[in-house]
Design a protein around this ligand. Structure first.
Ligand code: ZN
Ligand code: ZN
Length: 450
C-alpha cells in the first residue's frame, strides 16, 4: 500500500507555489528601477496642492471607505454606498447625479470648465454576497472620490473637466459595459482607477477577457427502475458536458480558464431527470482566444447532447462579456511615477505573479478610450481576492495608505493629462497604435452549430 503521507497535500503544494510567486515578486520589487515618465505634466505647484487637498480630506475618505466596508452591498444594489458618496460630495458643494445613464446605482459628478479635455475617475463600490468587500471595492471608491475632490481646486490651473463616475456591478453585471452603451464615456478622453491587491504594487496588470454561458439539456422523464429504457437522461448530458470541459482543459492555452457549476440535475433518484443545466465562465487573454475557446466549449455541449439523446440549448452572455484590459502605458508610467513619489515600489505588469489572473469590466472601457487599472497592495502576497481573508486585510493601515496614495496619484495623473498636450498626444498615439476604439458589442459573436 502506498504511504499517503509521503506525498504533500494539495494545499501544501499550493502554498509552496504561492510562496515562490511571492518571493519572485519581492525579488523583482527589490531590483526594479523606479518608473519615470518624460512629460512635464501639471507641474510641482499643482501636484503639491493636490497632495495637500488629499491630506485635508483624509478623515472623510477613510470614513467613507470604512462605512462601505462595514455595510457591503452586491452589484446593482449599492444604494447606500451611492448615497454616502453623494452626501460627501454635497458637503463639498458638488451635486452628483445618482441613477446616471439608466443604472439606479450609477453616479456622475463633474467639475471644471466643461470644455477642453475630460478625464473620468472611476469608482466601484459593489461587494460579494456572503464575503463582503473581499475584492476591496470600498478602497477603489474612497480613492476615486478623494482624487476627484482633490482635483476640484486645481482645475482652474489645469483647464479641462474632471468627472467622477460611480460604476455599479463590476462583480456580477459588467456595469461599465452597460454604462458605455448608455453613452457614459462619450466625450471622455481617458479613464483612470485603482484596484487593491495582495501582490506588489503594479502600474498595469494582465486581466483576462470573460464571458459566460448557461447550458440546458432536455431529455425524457421515465421511471428510473421500471422503464429506464423509455427515458433520456438530461443529468447524464450535463455530466458528460462537465467531463468534456475537464478533458478540454489539458489542451487549451496556459491563460485560458473554464470553470462552472451544475445548477440543475433532476429532483428524485427514481425519476430519470428530464431537465438539467450548468453555468460556466470562460476566460482568455485575447478576444480571439476567447472566441476560439467558446467555439470548442459549444462543440462539447453539443457532443454531450448527441451522446445522451437529449436536446441542448445554450445561452451565451446573459451578462455582457468583459474584454481583456488594454493598458495605456503612457498614463500608467505617469501614475507609477507619482506613486513612487509617495514611497511605494511600483512594478510593471510583466512582473506580476502569473497566477493572479482575473477579469474586470474596465477592459471594456480600455478599448474605447485610453485607461489604466493599477493595483495597490493592501494584503500579504498570496492572499487570494474574493475571500474573507482579503476582506479582513482590506481595512486597516495598509488599506488606508492605499486610499490616500491612490487618491493623490490618480489626481496628479489626471491633472497631468488635462494640462500637458504633449502627454495627451502620446496617450492618444499609443491608443491608436494599439488598435484604436473597438466596437465592443460586436467583438464576440455567439457560437453556433457548424
Ligand atoms: Zn472581484
Ligand atoms: Zn475587484
Amino acid at each position: 500500500m502506498t504511504d499517503a503521507t509521503a506525498f504533500p497535500s494539495a494545499s501544501d503544494a499550493g502554498r509552496a507555489h504561492l510562496e515562490r510567486l511571492a518571493r519572485r515578486a519581492a525579488d523583482a520589487a527589490a531590483s526594479a528601477p523606479a518608473r519615470s515618465s518624460p512629460y512635464e505634466g501639471a507641474g510641482l505647484d499643482v501636484h503639491a496642492r493636490i497632495d495637500a487637498a488629499v491630506e485635508d480630506l483624509e478623515a472623510e475618505l477613510l470614513g467613507l471607505g470604512r462605512a462601505l466596508h462595514a455595510d457591503p452591498e452586491p452589484g446593482f444594489e449599492e444604494h447606500r454606498a451611492v448615497a454616502r458618496v453623494a452626501d460627501l460630495l454635497r458637503a463639498h458643494g458638488i451635486t452628483a447625479r445618482t441613477g446616471a445613464h439608466g443604472l439606479p446605482t450609477a453616479l456622475r459628478a463633474s467639475a471644471g470648465s466643461g470644455d477642453g479635455p475630460t478625464v473620468a475617475v472611476l469608482a466601484e463600490y459593489d461587494a460579494l454576497p456572503g464575503i463582503g468587500h473581499g475584492c476591496g471595492h470600498h478602497i477603489i471608491c474612497a480613492a476615486a472620490v478623494g482624487a476627484f475632490l482633490a482635483l476640484v481646486p486645481v482645475l482652474e490651473r489645469t483647464g479641462g473637466t474632471a468627472v467622477l463616475l460611480g460604476t455599479p456591478a463590476e462583480e456580477n453585471g459588467t456595469g461599465k459595459e452597460l454604462l458605455a452603451r448608455a453613452g457614459a464615456f462619450d466625450g471622455v478622453d481617458a479613464a483612470v482607477m485603482i484596484h487593491p491587491s495582495s501582490g506588489p504594487d503594479l502600474s498595469d496588470a494582465p486581466f483576462l477577457g470573460l464571458r459566460e454561458v448557461v447550458v440546458e439539456y432536455t431529455g425524457r422523464a421515465a421511471h428510473a427502475s421500471a422503464a429506464p429504457f423509455m427515458g433520456r437522461n438530461a443529468l447524464d448530458a450535463v455530466v458528460a458536458a462537465y467531463q468534456g470541459v475537464a478533458a478540454l482543459r489539458q489542451h487549451i492555452l496556459p491563460d485560458d480558464r473554464v470553470h462552472g457549476v451544475i445548477t440543475e440535475g433532476g429532483s428524485r433518484p427514481n425519476v430519470v431527470p428530464e431537465r438539467a443545466a450548468a453555468h460556466f465562465y470562460l476566460r482568455a487573454a485575447t478576444v480571439e482566444s476567447l472566441a476560439e475557446l467558446s467555439d470548442r466549449v459549444q462543440r462539447i455541449f453539443e457532443g454531450a447532447a448527441a451522446m445522451t439523446g437529449t436536446t441542448v440549448t445554450t445561452r451565451w452572455d446573459d451578462c455582457p462579456p468583459c474584454v481583456p484590459v488594454r493598458h495605456n502605458d503612457v498614463l500608467a508610467a505617469r501614475f507609477a511615477q507619482h506613486l513612487t513619489g509617495r514611497g511605494r515600489t511600483v512594478l510593471p505588469g510583466s512582473a506580476a505573479p502569473d497566477s493572479a489572473l482575473g477579469s474586470t469590466d474596465l477592459g471594456n472601457v480600455s478599448v474605447r478610450i485610453p485607461a489604466i487599472h493599477p493595483m495597490l497592495s493592501v494584503a500579504p502576497a498570496g492572499t487570494a481576492l474574493h475571500t474573507a481573508e482579503f476582506a479582513a486585510c482590506a481595512q486597516g493601515a495598509e488599506a488606508d495608505r492605499a486610499v490616500l496614495d491612490g487618491a493623490a496619484a490618480l489626481a496628479r495623473t489626471v491633472a497631468d493629462h488635462l494640462s500637458d498636450s504633449d502627454l495627451r498626444a502620446a496617450v492618444e498615439r499609443e491608443f491608436t497604435e494599439a488598435g484604436g476604439a473597438l466596437d465592443v458589442p460586436k467583438l464576440l459573436s455567439t457560437p453556433t452549430s457548424p
